[in-house]
Design a protein. Sequence first.
Length: 259
Amino acid sequence: MTASAWIRRFQPADDAGVRLICLPHAGGSATYYLPVAKALSPTVDVLALQYPGRQDRHNERCVDSMDELADLVAAELADWTDRPFAVFGHSLGATLGFEVTRRLEAAGTPPVMLFASGRRAPSRPRDERIHLRADDGLVAELRTLSGTDARILDNDEIVRMFLPALRADYKAVETYRYRPGPPLTCPIFTLVGDDDPKVTLDEARSWGEHTTGEFEFRAFRGGHFYLDAHAREVIDLISARLTAAVTAGTAPGPRRVAP
């Protein structure tokens, strides 16, 4: 594979039978998925996406359009679909994962599963305009979600470094508009915190409307970043689903769970 500014393989697993492509949340970076890569290697080859405008890509133009970001990510992943793969996205990453999966399915390379975490279904929009707030308003939003260390948010120098990427991400996800089209064919597994201010359980269950494949739903105790408290459980769940996919040689078929 050619080197890419987009792809991070923290624990390369060249002999793994399946890949997991991880898409970060708004303001997030590829390193958020470092524990996932360590936990799943060597049985799963974990690829974490690094969006422009953060960490080692901080000098690059931020992408503030979901469609543009999906086009760029899908193009970057074209060389990584040579074996079964799944897509995992949290928050913004879930919406991005849906649009990337649309593009990959259209290209004839569907994933074995889309894991959509901490996000409303694409067809369930809210009128949110956080990206239009002043800097203090953006920081206040991060504090309410409890996903960023307060010591970081209290450091003005660090905040100034990541605010442009955060604002671009919020603009991308808040200006995104779902375009009706054929549903996905791959299974969707939706995960959510039961006290998430960004998504209700009903909005999360609506992901089932976006696939002709199987749909599974799991609610965890917690808020928007329920993942932090339930990391081991979520990783084990992902591992089990991917193992089923490789063993069967086809997409896994979890039982459709009633609301």
